[in-house]
Each structure stands twice: as C-alpha cells, then as structure tokens.
Design a binder for this molecule. Structure first.
Ligand code: SF4
Ligand code: SF4
Length: 382
C-alpha cells in the first residue's frame, strides 16, 4: 500500500514539523512553544507567530531528568524536562517564549524549574469547568496570555486577527474530521501511524500551510478506498484508544495492538483527535470568550468532574464503532489513572464493550507483558 505521505518527509513527521518551524523562523516569524492542548494556538497565530509543540516523548532524556526530578513521576514530564536540560529539543531551542499551564502538579512544578530559560506564561486553568465563573476566569487568563504575548513581542493582537485564526482552525478541523472518517467505516483505510502523524503535524500548523498536505491525503485515501486497500485483516478487532497523551516511545502500545491483529480506528488522546473534534464559535462578540468556551470544554482528567470525557467517548464509539476500548495511562499520572475506573465502568455498562487499562512508561521493558494482555483480550472476543 502506498503511504499517504510520500515526499521527502515520508515517515519523519518530526523532521517535517521542524523544517516548517525553521522556515517560518527564517522568514522572521516568532516561535512560541507549548506542551498542552489548553494552549490556545489561535492567539499565537493571530500575532503572525508560529506555535511549536515541544518535545516530550522520548525515553532517552529521562535518565538526565532523574538527576533532578523524582523517578516516580510521569514519563512525559521527565522526558520534557530532560530535553530541556540536555538542550536537545530543537523546538524549544527555536522558541522565543513558552506557554505553560497548571494542569497537573508534576507539570506545574516542572515549569517552575525551567521558568528562567525563556519568557514563560503559565495559564492558571480553572479545573471545575461547570462552576459559575469558570469560563469567565478562563477568558481572563486567555486575555492575560494575549497581554503577555503583546508585551513580549511588542505587537498588538487584534480581534480581527483572532477571528481569522479561529476560522482557520475550524477549516482545518473540518478537513481533519474528513480524514478521520476514513477509519470510521469497516474496513478502515487510515492507519494509526497516519492518524498520529497527521494530528502531530496539523495541530500547530496554520491552515493554509497544511491544507495542500491534507488535501493530498484525502485524495490518496479516496484511491485506497476505490482499490479496496484496507487496514488490517477482515474481522480484525477495531480499537478506540483513550487516556494520557501517547507519543514517541509510548506508541509501542499502538505497535503491539497492530502486531496482535487489531486496527486502531480512533485516538481520543491529546496526541490524536482531541483538539480537532470541536469547533470554535465564529463571529462571537468577543473572540477571547469564544476561545475560552472552546478550550474549557477539552476533556482532560485534570477537570473535575470530567463528564465531557465520557460524552466524547460516547460520540467516538457511536461514530467509529470500536470492538474494544484501551485506556493508556502513563506511570504516575494519577488523574487519568483514577479516572480510568469510571471510564471502564461506563464503557462496559453503557456500550457493552471490553475495556482494558494499560499502565506504561517510555521504556520497552513491558512490551511483552502488554502484548500478552492485548492478545488475551482479542482471544476472549473470538
Ligand atoms: S492530557 Fe491534559 S494536561 Fe496532558 S496535554 Fe492533554 S490537556 Fe494537557
Ligand atoms: S500524562 Fe498525566 S501526569 Fe503526565 S503530564 Fe499529562 S496529566 Fe500530567
């Protein structure tokens, strides 16, 4: 089967992302790094700067991080910090400023340790999204981020420019959802690797920059469909992934699922479909309020209660029709780990689907054990 992306960056999405950020930098644009789905990239694009997703997914930087951070900490935080202290994240190197956020305790404290390296704005995220005033508080925080960006880069971010960036994101999300739909039917025509690579590239990119690539992918997917080039074998179990961000070395779980004969049809995580599934209100009287409304709806486990996550899983199950749900939890991520019980009960009771929680880190020491659990799940289904 012909790969969806077959130019010089085929199979190397991070090289493409880096080349993109570097080219923008060479055009004199500012770069703003971020780690989290709550960073409103529209504000960064509205000042004609480039958002960059910072490195967080390699086991190789964890040993260095553990010289400062406790071993019993989420690998995503350790890896991010390790990249910074070893000066090996090119996106961080190119960034003029960093947008951080108070999602979980580990990340919040790690940001304190790197706060002196670049101008940094920490977004104080309200964590009870349904409480009175939460949306207003969050809009004020986004407003303060806007002031920080204006101060740092000596610019003015107009409502008109934010509105244009909102429209761009909505157009991008519409195309991304069209691409995801190639995994919604049986058989699926979109592999997990393609889904993962495209979400990785599309998240920070401006619409006009990424549109040609996305359109060419749709053309290739349409050809696949016409030629009956399916992903996986007939009757292969269809899997919905949920949980913590799963990138880089943690995608070992996806590889194991594929090797066991499963087909991943939906990735509900931040390193997947999450940021593309909703739209931002256009023509709102205040575009900052529109951003606040959209971003506060993101169903991260740092929210309490996080009922939107269950609602999103319901919608994904109805649309992508998985045969099982796998919740990937990074070690020491207490929020997602505790929430996994609720998610599991919900999936089993409401959808009568098998549910498997996999706790893992970025090392490859547990690959065999994960494979056994997934193979057992697939055998029980048969
Ligand atoms: S899981 Fe939560 S904290 Fe992590 S990137 Fe997503 S929104 Fe941010
Ligand atoms: S995976 Fe969990 S512990 Fe790790 S950074 Fe995200 S929310 Fe925090």
């Amino acid at each position: 089967m012909k790969p969806l992306i077959h130019d010089q960056f085929a199979g190397a999405p991070s090289k493409r992302a880096l080349a993109y950020v570097q080219s923008k930098r060479e055009q004199g644009k500012h770069v703003v790094g971020a780690y989290c789905g709550y960073a409103p990239f529209e504000l960064i694009r509205a000042m004609d700067a480039v958002p960059a997703v910072l490195c967080a997914f390699s086991n190789s930087t964890i040993e260095a991080a553990e010289s400062v951070l406790p071993g019993n900490l989420c690998p995503l935080i350790k890896s991010s910090y390790g990249y910074i202290i070893t000066d090996t994240c090119p996106f961080f190197g190119l960034s003029d400023a960093v947008v951080a956020e108070t999602t979980c305790d580990g990340k919040k404290k790690m940001f304190e340790l790197i706060a002196d390296r670049k101008p940094m704005f920490v977004m104080d995220l309200p964590q009870m999204p349904d409480e009175d005033g939460a949306k207003q508080n969050w809009a004020e925080v986004i407003g303060r981020l806007k002031s920080f960006l204006e101060r740092t880069f000596h610019t003015k971010i107009t409502d008109h420019a934010i509105e244009a960036a909102i429209r761009d994101s909505n157009r991008k999300n519409t195309i991304m959802k069209k691409i995801f739909d190639y995994a919604a039917g049986t058989p699926s025509y979109l592999s997990w690797q393609e889904m993962y690579d495209l979400t990785f590239l599309a998240q920070p990119a401006g619409f006009t920059d990424i549109e040609p690539l996305l359109e060419s992918c749709i053309e290739a997917l349409e050809n696949r469909k016409k030629n009956g080039e399916r992903i996986g074998k007939e009757g292969a179990p269809r899997i919905l992934i949920t949980g913590c961000p799963v990138g880089g070395d943690a995608t070992k779980v996806f590889k194991v699922i594929e090797e066991a004969g499963g087909v991943i049809v939906a990735i509900d995580n931040c390193t997947g479909m999450k940021s593309f599934l909703d739209t931002i209100e256009e023509n709102a009287s205040d575009p900052i309020q529109a951003l606040a409304e959209r971003y506060l709806k993101l169903p991260c486990s740092c929210m309490s209660p996080n009922t939107r996550r269950l609602e999103q899983i319901d919608r994904l199950i109805e649309h992508f029709k998985p045969d099982a749900v796998i919740d990937v939890i990074l070690h020491a991520c207490h929020g997602y780990n505790i929430e996994s019980y609720k998610v599991g009960e919900h999936v089993r009771r409401r959808h009568k689907l098998p549910f498997l929680k996999i706790e893992t880190d970025y090392s490859d020491g547990d690959v065999r054990q994960i494979a056994t659990r997934i193979e057992t799940m697939f055998e029980m289904r048969e």
